[in-house]
Ligand binder design. Structure first.
Ligand SMILES: C[S@@+](CC[C@H](N)C(=O)[O-])C[C@H]1O[C@@H](n2cnc3c(N)ncnc32)[C@H](O)[C@@H]1O
Length: 369
């Protein structure tokens, strides 16, 4: 295959779309004659980006049907979906986003048969990242540092490479945790008798402290945490001695089907946030949630942070998790939390894993028949 010829055809395809002179059937003709829909020019623009720029919904559909890659990013890290979003073109945007959702659902199905399938989302979500930020085993073997940042807020950092430190849990997430606890607990019908709470992943203990500060303390508060440095920090802070608190030292995967959890007879509230795990793991956790919840009044939430470096990925990922939870009988109510309230610079590099202004907060309940 002549690479130069392919590049030329790809560039012609992009140019033709941007010039808006050719009809959709004519563009289809170019593709049939061999113009590659996956081509990206020096700026990272693909034919799908071009179709989004000229706001041609039919062309967007044609390109997706012909195999255009919904999640290709240009040099500014924008997908074609982001381009449509920036132009306020809802139709083009939803067409691209829905292609993303379909492709992710399909890939999850394929993954069940062949676990190593390369999901585009998993690439975004760093499943192939073997540094502590993307691999649980590497993360569990890496020293963590609890410290205070220059604003006096407690933070927990993990070293990813020699120079790079990533925040495992940052103070800016406190607002999200507060709203999560409010939506999970405050009007819960069992609140006054003390909720049975399960939290997976202690981190800075923000959410666990909030659970402990409810108007009625939890009657049972189980925390699952595997990291030795986090467990040490918890011990120093006296979490092991708190009445009603039970700490399970290990990964959730070790306990999820254990007598210790199942004998509780169901939790009123479950929350999970396990930095370093990918979507496939979270999806696996979803499958266990119905067995762990007490009943239809019980609630489940998770840290909805995957894919949050980019608006389209975040939206796709949010929809995919909504559909996967629906699959296991959990309906989710989503609400928006303004994360930065105008204070966009405060957390600098440490919040690069969450670039969205709005956090989409999930609260799931078992569907009643
Ligand atoms: C982002 S922090 C959680 C922050 C917490 N929500 C808070 O409010 O401070 C993630 C935690 O999950 C833990 N973790 C990672 N993998 C886990 C697993 N497989 N099972 C349980 N916990 C895990 C990490 O050690 C870390 O303490």
């Amino acid at each position: 295959m002549d690479v130069d010829a392919l590049v030329a055809q790809g560039q012609e395809l992009i140019d033709a779309i941007l010039r808006r002179r050719l009809s959709v059937p004519e563009i289809k003709g170019m593709i049939e004659a061999g113009a590659p829909v996956w081509y990206q020019d020096d700026d990272g623009n693909s034919p799908l980006h071009a179709a989004a720029y000229v706001e041609n919904e039919d062309l967007v559909k044609l390109l997706l049907d012909e195999g255009a890659i919904w999640n290709a990013v240009d040099n500014l890290h924008n997908t074609a979906g982001d381009v449509a979003l920036s132009l306020n073109n809802e139709k083009c945007y939803t067409t691209i986003r829905d292609a993303g959702i379909r492709s992710e659902l399909l890939l999850t199905l394929l993954q069940k048969r062949a676990p190593a399938a390369n999901s585009p989302l998993n690439i975004i979500l760093k499943a192939t990242d073997s540094t502590p930020a993307g691999s649980t085993d590497a993360f569990l073997q890496t020293r963590l540092e609890y410290t205070k940042d220059e604003h006096g807020q407690e933070i927990c950092l993990v070293k990813v490479a020699d120079q790079e430190e990533v925040g495992v849990m940052m103070g800016w997430e406190r607002g999200i945790m507060q709203e999560t606890v409010r939506r999970l607990c405050v009007d819960h019908e069992n609140l006054n008798e003390g909720l049975k709470v399960l939290n997976v992943g202690f981190g800075l203990g923000i959410i666990d402290s909030l659970f402990q500060s409810l108007s009625s303390k939890p009657s049972l508060h189980v925390i699952i945490e595997p990291h030795p440095d986090v467990l040490k920090h918890m011990r120093e802070q006296g979490w092991h001695e708190k009445p009603g608190v039970k700490i399970l030292e290990g990964k959730w995967q070790d306990f999820v089907e254990s007598e210790e959890l199942l004998s509780v007879g169901g939790f009123d509230v479950i929350y999970t946030d396990t930095f370093s795990e990918d979507y496939a793991e979270l999806h696996r956790f979803f499958g266990h949630v119905p067995d762990l919840l007490a009943g239809p009044e019980s609630r489940f939430s998770f840290f909805n942070g995957l894919g949050a470096t980019n608006a389209t990925f975040y939206d796709v990922y949010t929809h995919v998790s909504d559909l996967h939870l629906a699959d296991v009988g959990i309906d989710v109510e989503w609400s928006d939390v303004d994360v930065f309230e105008g204070d966009t610079d405060r957390w600098g590099k440490t919040r690069e894993y969450f670039a969205m202004r709005t956090y989409r907060l999930p609260v799931g309940r078992m569907r009643t028949l």
